[in-house]
Write a protein that binds this ligand. Structure first.
Ligand code: NI
Length: 255
């Protein structure tokens, strides 16, 4: 069975067939899904998905691109969501320098604040890092007393960065981008990271893997990522499935 450690089933792109697609997960070898959260208004939708489907777990947190209007009182909303039994992580939080805004100082402030919150709650984080590798590592190391746990999602860094993440005790998640033609750096990182520290993900509805690249993504395509990782590691697909499934459970504290 596969664990999709990062998907967004609250996204509008699933409005027409959300239930149909989620009902077909089990028969397609997808055992568990972590639904990441981008904005505060996603939280009730994610809580409903967690209630409706026993194989869906959720996160609560604010994505860097959505953090412009955040206020300190909003941290209470995340905190309250994190008391729910199936909310297992703070995220996705992080830094996104691809787009020029919100300005970096604002993104950094709320990334650091949400790391602190996660450490205070004893929960793992789900980290989004796009073209912000240096600051991402810096804030992970220096916020929350350096006690952060969790996963770097859709890893796009180098081997050297992977080493820093592993040294902090965190996990690294690979998704569809691992299958892309220009994925040399991700492939090198995947060669380097030990299997017991790797999670698989889709980031659905985004980043569909080859051979469905460009389509709307769903967890039904995560096997393409598992197959690619098996090829890179010289292992059977089943070994990759089992290991990454257990890793994700461990990372998110699911028994
Ligand atoms: Ni995401």
């Amino acid at each position: 069975m596969l664990f999709d450690s990062h998907a967004h089933y609250d996204d509008k792109q699933f409005d027409a067939d959300r239930d149909e697609i989620l009902s077909s997960m089990r028969e397609n070898n997808v055992g568990l899904i972590m639904n990441a959260c981008s904005a505060l208004e996603d939280i009730p939708v994610i809580e409903n998905l967690c209630e409706k489907y026993d194989f869906i777990y959720g996160a609560a947190g604010v994505h860097p691109s959505d953090c412009a209007g955040l206020m300190e009182s909003d941290m209470e909303i995340i905190k309250k969501a994190c008391t729910k039994e199936k909310i297992k992580a703070v995220g996705e939080i992080g830094l996104d320098y691809f787009y020029g805004e919100p300005e970096r100082s604002i993104q950094k402030k709320w990334f650091a604040r949400q790391i602190e919150l996660a450490v205070e709650l004893g929960m793992p984080v789900i980290v989004h890092d796009r073209e912000a590798h240096f600051d991402t590592i810096d804030l992970l190391k220096h916020s929350g007393d350096g006690k952060v746990t969790g996963v770097l999602h859709c890893f796009s860094g180098s081997r050297e960065m992977a080493k820093e993440v592993l040294d902090m005790g965190m996990y690294i998640a690979f998704g569809g981008t691992l299958t892309f033609k220009n994925a040399r750096r991700a492939v090198e990182a995947a060669e380097y990271v030990p299997l017991d520290r790797i999670l698989l993900e889709t980031d659905s509805p985004y980043l569909a893997p080859v051979p469905v690249r460009g389509k709307r993504n769903s967890s039904l395509y995560i096997h393409f990522v598992a197959e690619k990782l098996a090829e890179i590691k010289g292992l059977s697909v089943l070994d990759v499935e089992d290991a990454t499934f257990e890793n994700a459970k461990r990372c998110f504290g699911i028994d």
